[in-house]
Design a protein around this ligand. Sequence first.
Ligand code: GRG
Length: 324
Amino acid sequence: MIGLSDAPHLDEAVMQSLERVRAFIDARLDAAVEVSPAASPRLVDSMRYALLAPGKRLRPALVLWAASACANDAAADADRSREKAWELATPAALAVEMIHAYSLVHDDLPAMDDDDLRRGRPTCHRQFDEATAILCGDALQAFAFETLAEGMPATTAARACLVLARASGAESLVGGQADDLAAERGWVSDMTTAPASEQVAWLERIHRRKTGALFSAALELGGLAVAAGPHQLAMLAAYGQAFGLAFQIADDILDAEGTEAAVGKRVGKDVERGKLTFPSVIGLGASRERAADLAREAVEAVAGMGPAADDLARLALWIVRRNH
Ligand code: GRG
């Protein structure tokens, strides 16, 4: 099992593994959103623009690596076992990236975060127009569920749609975004004057829903695709909890310290808006320590899966060291 002692080769190994996922998934995303004579060409262009932009593809990676970690059969050829698991998990990997891409397009809109730069390119509403960007997000969201319903076997499709819907809806992604906006715009009581422990609890609750839920869904969907057992699903869930929070703390640190060129989006905006972040509440040093502890927790959560979960373990360690 991967440990912190592997750190010197970690970046290279994760980059290679993510590159393999990117090549696999981008070809399938590209094929999925092909120009349909029934759809508006401008809308399809905007969907392709948002979906195929150079993101890290973390969520598809979690789906595929969860599937290969659960499917790995010691007696079988590891490469064949992984290939089969990835094919089974492909509809779920495409669907989570569609939900993620839609959420970024809508988050960047003037009515929300009002951003001009995303994934190193003009945001969707800047490249096209606001109405097209709204419709692009709407269409990507519907397309995610179409992809799952059509691509998963009938025995798991309904469960998979439920998992993704719960992670995307009012209790999770959209709900977390709504509460974040409510705090920023003063529609609820001001958290910036609350005691630090309450601020940390509030931040964790927002991020668990806004970001963590989709990561957890990605892992669960990867498991479901290969009929993982309850013990494997529990390991993935524990990994997802720790991974999601580690990712978010690292994202806050990047917003405070990263450069726009490396991150591919505007940085420093949280501080500019007086938003609560982990560094602003507990400080940069404590944020780094907390993120590293959570990454170790994630590694331990999947230790029982052995080398089949090495990609998951490495990703958790890398996520708190990345610069983008
Ligand atoms: C609009 C319904 C709705 C929700 C928006 C995703 C989201 C909720 C807001 C995005 C704002 C943000 C920067 C959140 C921090 C976490 C996050 C989702 C970062 C971007 O994810 P990465 O780093 O992006 O995986 P790439 O581009 O690599 O895929």
